[in-house]
Ligand binder design. Sequence first.
Ligand SMILES: Cc1ncc(COP(=O)(O)O)c(C=O)c1O
Length: 348
Amino acid sequence: MKTGIEGLIRENILALEPYTCARQEFSGTDATLLDANESPYDTGFNRYPDPFQRELKRAVARVKGLDESRLVLGNGSDELIDMLVRVTCEPGRDNMIVFSPSYAMYGVCGRVNGVETRVLDLDEGFEPRWDALLDNADEHTRLIFLCSPNNPTGNRWSLERTRELAGRFNGWLVVDEAYMDFAEEGASAVSLLADCPRVVVLQTLSKAWGMAGLRVGICIADPALVAYLNRVKPPYNIGSLTQRAAIEALADEDTFHARVRQIVGERERLFRAFSRMAIFSAVYPSEANFILVQCAHHESLRGYLAANGIIIRGRHIPPLLAGGLRVSVGTPGENDRLLTLLEQWKRP
Ligand SMILES: Cc1ncc(COP(=O)(O)O)c(C=O)c1O
């Protein structure tokens, strides 16, 4: 039986001879490239992108204050969630733990990969039941997916309880921080990585960085796990145009901070306005860029807004979230329009 990190990696990945590209052996800039069956004619895109995403990783590492050896970049964090399942779980034998309500893709990736997915309900405060959590785990539990701030509830999960769980759980504890840029500073589980090699943090350029259309997800993990993830990563998973645009965006941190401030300010304005509206039976504080509300006539409200050109997300997840609706924070003008429509709505 394998111990340490190797004991938590799927056997076929441990044995895998990864795909290699001839260009890995060359680091200069002035070569005649006859290795990859590309077109020799310069279209701007006739060459495959850098499979190691070196320049983009440098930019991410600089902005996040991290070492590049801890990074794996994915075609969105959705690709990284799938890679984590594939690298760590043996289908038909291992299992993983996810929560409800939370981001649904963890469970989808588990099921697609034939990995038993154990779904635990959050408590009334929308946090995992930390003390009882590991009662649902066994020696084949390879992954637990935490989401902080959680989608769709918007609350952050305790970093202290996360640290404590990491000390007790002999598997990979994945903390998805897609929305962490909108939360309080210093709340990230990245601070746990130095002491807890089995903690894995996911972040993304899709939310606060405003680049959902580019598809860049960031996995921050122990370099040993990074090496295994890189074995299964398709070499060209991030296109050249995406790499270039992301590097450019990451160079403008002032715009990033200004937009985050604006969204957080608008989130608080929406929260105050929603809280005064009798149509909602609950309005939840959020540390993300969306707000969760509950409304008895949720279907009717969603239909009314859609008929008026505003799409919000239905999150009716009983028993905890009956009539749940998730509203993303828009521009001040979009939010004004939403508030006006809500005030004019005639309940059925
Ligand atoms: C919690 C959470 N994680 C990950 C993602 C996916 O992010 P990406 O665009 O990086 O694939 C989302 C998207 O909504 C999300 O809510």
